[in-house]
Design a protein around this ligand. Structure first.
Ligand SMILES: [Mn+2]
Length: 363
């Protein structure tokens, strides 16, 4: 596979944009694109930046504080060190090539752009989309990290049945889960864990509270570990002590919906058609209108990475894109079920990276 910078400039050329050099800045936000293009393994590089060139080369600019981290990193870049704001500006002036500077307009604060305009007088070109497309297709190394993160997460899911206790709070279960994730080798959490008991499970982005677990509850768990900056994402819904007929019906519907989504996720399919196939199925059941979010999202360095699987996603699916497939049915005041896996698009069926049973589990 071609290197990431070459692929970025290919997308820029395909969009007929004229860009002589791309700036990836760590000045405003923790812009994850910096780590994507540098592949820097350690360090934070606050205030630092990268310049990417059409010949596939790159330069990393850092304060003296992180010179060592830059040198120890396995990135393929030339390193330049500045020790003052003036030196930084001088380096920028010296190394920005040409009159057309590309950067992601969604990743730099307005204030930083104002400063940049004092340093660079040429054209500023937005390459947000091109970076997004580059990042959407994962290389072998990225898939390896996501696979590892997913294995860690799946292992914790397999420990959940032993964790559930009558009367425990959502917060208590979160703590047990997060301890277990770290114990299995997660470097951190991919996102804030969602632990929802009973009727709380009807809120897709529920925040855990002091609600107590009781027999007959839905137990919706959406949590995942990170490994080497790479995320995974997984949801399972269990039932505590018993499951009613209605709960089982919801579960079976969501499970079937997920199978439909996985079957449709093949190279060449248009992303929104994958979402639509699932939404259409759920709408053909008694749970019409109860699937209230998009089917999934890209995942990688960020939990919500690049392209999604939503009703407005009009791009074609390609091999080695990594997505979540996560249909759900939510009944306010009663509860909800979501089943989510992290998967890699392959030639035939997608490869599922998060592996734990999807059989209805009454614990
Ligand atoms: Mn997700």
């Amino acid at each position: 596979m071609k290197n990431r910078i070459d692929r970025l400039f290919e997308y820029i050329a395909m969009a007929n944009k004229k860009v002589d050099c791309v700036l990836v800045s760590r000045a405003s936000f923790p812009d994850i694109n910096f780590f994507y293009f540098s592949n820097a393994s350690g360090g934070l590089f606050d205030g630092g930046f990268l310049l990417l060139y059409p010949d596939g080369s790159s330069k990393l600019f850092t304060s003296g504080m992180e010179q060592e981290a830059a040198e120890k990193s396995n990135g393929d870049f030339e390193i330049f060190v500045y020790n003052s704001r003036d030196e930084k500006v001088r380096l920028l002036r010296e190394h920005i090539k040409g009159d057309n500077l590309g950067f992601s307009f969604s990743s730099i604060a307005y204030l930083e752009v104002e400063k940049l305009k004092e340093t660079f007088k040429g054209n500023l070109v937005d390459v947000t989309k091109e970076i997004m497309y580059t990042r959407a297709i994962k290389d072998r190394d990225e898939i390896k990290q996501i696979r590892k993160a997913s294995e860690i997460t799946s292992k914790t899911f397999s420990h959940v049945p032993q964790m559930l206790e009558d009367g425990m709070t959502e917060t208590e279960l979160s703590l047990k889960i997060e301890f277990d994730l770290r114990n299995n080798g997660a470097s951190s959490l991919s996102y804030e864990s969602i632990v929802a008991f009973g009727a709380n499970s009807s809120l897709p982005h529920y925040e855990s509270s002091s609600s107590e677990l009781k027999p007959g509850d839905f137990v919706l768990l959406d949590f995942a570990g990170k490994y080497n900056r790479y995320c995974s994402d997984m949801t399972r819904t269990f039932f505590f002590r018993s499951a009613s007929h209605e709960q089982k019906m919801i579960y079976d519907t969501v499970l079937e919906a997920q199978m439909i989504g996985l079957d449709a996720l093949i190279p060449g399919a248009i992303a929104k058609d994958v979402h639509d196939a699932v939404a259409k199925f759920i709408d053909s059941t008694k749970y019409k209108g109860k699937f209230i979010h998009s089917l999934g999202h890209g995942i990688g360095l960020e939990t919500h990475d690049a392209l999604g699987l939503s009703p407005i996603s009009d791009y074609p699916i390609e091999e080695n894109m990594v997505f979540t497939v996560e249909p759900g049915v939510y009944i306010p005041g009663f509860g909800g079920v979501r089943i989510e896996d992290t998967v890699v698009v392959r030639k035939g069926e997608p490869e599922i990276l998060t592996n734990y049973t999807k059989d209805l589990m009454v614990i």
